[in-house]
Design a protein around this ligand. Structure first.
Ligand code: FE2
Ligand code: FE2
Length: 193
């Protein structure tokens, strides 16, 4: 599928503002990939498709997950918005013909990360949060960090995420904690005693 055909198909799955966000994530991911010597084409495709399952309502998220055989954890069943990552990977595979495992896992883990994230996964995770259409408290600092050090940017992004969830009284997905612990160790930090 060429990019034009993908965008055409995507426009049937997600609203236009989400599509515009996806195009900006694609562009941002391409730039980060070039900067950090990752595959630019893979970053582009993962960025474009990362939210392809974001247009489903809660019921559709669950029904589609069952159809694709996705095992849903208890946190995702409670906070169904989280499902769009793993479901997006399956939609990318089955509806858009993406076979590359690296691209699929970057889509799958773009909301809560995972231990031992690949460089491509970090790039998509961060591009989603810093694309030029994003504006929230702390986005400039995160943008700066993303161009300095992927792991330091990941730590900041995960901290922002946790602080935001705690402020709202939400549930924390285990992957978010595991990812943060892993990144802290990668950075050689976290020895607080
Ligand atoms: Fe997303
Ligand atoms: Fe997104």
């Amino acid at each position: 599928m060429n990019e034009k055909a993908i965008i055409e198909k995507l426009s049937g799955l997600i609203e236009s503002n989400r599509l515009q966000h996806s195009i900006r994530v694609k562009e941002c991911a391409e730039q980060l990939a070039a900067f950090y010597q990752e595959d630019v084409g893979k970053a582009a495709l993962a960025g474009l498709l990362h939210d392809c399952a974001k247009g489903f309502d809660d019921k559709e998220l669950v029904e589609n997950s069952i159809e694709y055989g996705i095992r849903l954890d208890t946190i995702s069943l409670y906070q169904k918005g989280l499902i769009h990552g793993p479901l997006g990977a399956e939609i990318a595979r089955h509806e858009f013909g993406v076979k590359d495992r690296k691209i699929l896992s970057a889509i799958k883990y773009h909301t809560y990360g995972r231990k031992k994230m690949t460089k491509l996964e970090k790039i998509i995770f961060l591009a989603d949060l810093i694309e030029p259409g994003r504006s929230y408290k702390g986005v400039e600092e995160l943008r700066d960090l993303a161009w300095k050090d992927l792991n330091r940017a990941m730590l900041r992004a995960l901290d922002n995420n946790l602080i935001g969830i705690i402020a709202k009284g939400g549930l924390i997905h285990g992957n978010t904690l595991e990812t943060r612990n892993y990144i802290i160790r990668e950075l050689g930090l976290g020895k607080i005693n």
